[in-house]
Design a protein around this ligand. Structure first.
Ligand SMILES: *[C@@H]1O[C@H](CO)[C@@H](O)[C@H](O)[C@H]1NC(C)=O
Ligand SMILES: *[C@@H]1O[C@H](CO)[C@@H](O)[C@H](O)[C@H]1NC(C)=O
Ligand SMILES: *[C@@H]1O[C@H](CO)[C@@H](O)[C@H](O)[C@H]1NC(C)=O
Ligand SMILES: *[C@@H]1O[C@H](CO)[C@@H](O)[C@H](O)[C@H]1NC(C)=O
Ligand SMILES: *[C@@H]1O[C@H](CO)[C@@H](O)[C@H](O)[C@H]1NC(C)=O
Length: 426
């Protein structure tokens, strides 16, 4: 088939999808909604969203789990071998390919990505390098037009209309996903990149705001929730409390070298003692790092203060990667366990409170540890907030207003991330 005709077919298919999507949604939606699964079959817990993908001829579709990544420049996934994919042609032949090249990961460990011919298409395809968030290694992928169908929401339930989007993503061979959780075959990007999902939803106008609300579950047994779009957002059993009313905000900081999200922690406060954070220390938010990591100078002061305020709790031999651990039972009887909060005092004056559920991780039946990690003396960024600290916290990455919203633990507000009502209204 002639390239131009192929393109036309694809564009027509996309446009008709789009109309269908809007026509099917009589209820007014404010966001798109996805269930979030916690996976524990890998070396670190990872979290995924479930999304429906359709081939561009609209003949096949399937649900897949995509790892939630708030840092990566592009969406990437398994190339489904017997699907009709629509690869973007290579550099010299195509503007879309030229435009994505600056987003391709550059590192000496990535071997140069030679243009690969896709059988049956008769032209070379567009190479993009990505970083595997599980192994940290470089993966060669092929740039590609995707089609995703997503559920709409009013913040309370799933509505009966779906929303279609056609981001340009990238696909890689199945071997790239060997280190991923068993049922996860892709990376869904919610970063500030123009190729991330939030920016890709608005190719036809400002329908869905560039706001990602994330609520990571603490267990694998019940899903958490991710929204893209404005609120309201509700969690059971308080069906009339818009979660936005529980949020505090701090500015998101620009970082010219990253599409990830950065904030500024001014001080870490533990039981009225404030540990000031040096002005050069930036804080990154991560959905793929398991624990909050602190540069050694900061870690040492926080750990010392924490030991002081917990000196009545019997300690235990440290279990890596942690170095402050506690005994949780005496002669087989579990002892009550509550430690002082760790407060992150943020730019703008608001406080993100890390309470026991997010500061202490149960390691064995009898031992629990302070879930903070020493990142080394030269760690950049100085602080990375990891997923253990996000679980059962409702957070919002708002690219419209450049703010980060956070609830602190929902458990003290009598709800959790596993409490979205996924019942679909008919
Ligand atoms: C929409 O949500 C319903 C109910 O939660 C689910 O059964 C369905 O698979 C979802 N559809 C898409 C396209 O995600
Ligand atoms: C912290 O200090 C304030 C005022 O100095 C005092 O009222 C409060 O009880 C102190 N809190 C703790 C946990 O020590
Ligand atoms: C634990 O059990 C031993 C032997 O039964 C007893 O001597 C000891 O006092 C107990 N310790 C505590 C803290 O209860
Ligand atoms: C974002 O900014 C708009 C307009 O300035 C304002 O109406 C809205 O309340 C802001 N949203 C948040 C979450 O602060
Ligand atoms: C979930 O939403 C449906 C539809 O609004 C409602 O009928 C049901 O009672 C809700 N579930 C709970 C547990 O509130």
């Amino acid at each position: 088939m002639n390239l131009l005709i192929q393109l036309l077919v694809i564009i027509l298919a996309f446009i008709s999808h789009k109309h269908e999507a809007i026509a099917q949604s009589p209820n007014t939606y404010t966001s798109l909604v996805f269930p979030v699964t916690k996976h524990t079959d890998t070396t670190k817990p990872l979290y995924s969203v479930r999304i429906k993908a359709t081939d561009y001829m609209d003949t096949q579709s399937s649900y897949s789990n995509y790892l939630i990544d708030i840092d990566a420049p592009v969406i990437w996934h398994d190339c489904i071998p017997d699907w009709k994919t629509y690869p973007v042609p290579c550099h010299s032949e195509n503007e879309a390919c030229m435009e994505v090249q600056p987003y391709s990961y550059k590192n000496p460990s990535c071997h140069p990505n030679s243009n690969r011919k896709i059988p049956g298409w008769g032209y070379c395809s567009c190479p993009v390098n990505v970083v595997n968030p599980v192994t940290g290694s470089c993966e060669n992928t092929v740039f590609n037009y995707d089609y995703f169908t997503m559920n709409t929401s009013n913040g309370k339930n799933v509505l009966n209309g779906v929303y279609g989007a056609t981001p340009t993503g990238s696909c890689a061979s199945s071997s790239s996903f060997k280190s991923f959780p068993k049922d996860v075959k892709g990376v869904m990007t919610f970063s500030s990149s123009p190729y991330a999902l939030p920016a890709s939803l608005n190719l036809y106008g400002e329908l869905v705001k560039k706001i990602t609300a994330l609520c990571l579950p603490s267990k694998s047994s019940a899903p958490g929730v991710l929204f893209t779009g404005t609120g309201p957002y509700y969690l059971l059993p308080q069906s009339n409390v818009d979660i936005r009313s529980l949020l505090s905000y701090t500015p998101l900081l620009d970082n010219p070298n990253s599409f990830g999200y950065f904030i500024s922690i001014k001080a870490i406060v533990i039981k009225n003692r404030s540990i000031n954070i040096p002005a050069d220390a930036t804080t990154k938010l991560s959905t793929t790092e398991p624990y909050t990591t602190l540069r050694t100078d900061i870690f040492t002061r926080v750990a010392r203060r924490f030991s002081m305020v917990t000196k009545r709790i019997p300690t235990a031999k440290p279990i890596a990667p942690f170095d402050r651990c506690f005994r949780r039972s005496t002669n087989g009887t579990k002892v009550g366990f509550k430690v002082p909060n760790i407060d992150f005092s943020l730019q703008g004056g608001k406080t993100w409170t890390i309470s026991t559920a997010n500061s202490i991780k149960q390691m064995t039946k009898d031992v629990a540890c302070l879930a903070l990690v020493d990142g080394g003396a030269t760690s950049v960024p100085a602080i990375t907030i990891g997923t253990f600290q996000f679980e059962d916290n409702f957070v919002v990455f708002d690219l419209e207003n450049s703010t980060f919203g956070f609830s602190s633990s929902l458990l003290s507000k009598k709800t959790s991330c596993a409490n979205f009502n996924f019942t679909q209204l008919m």
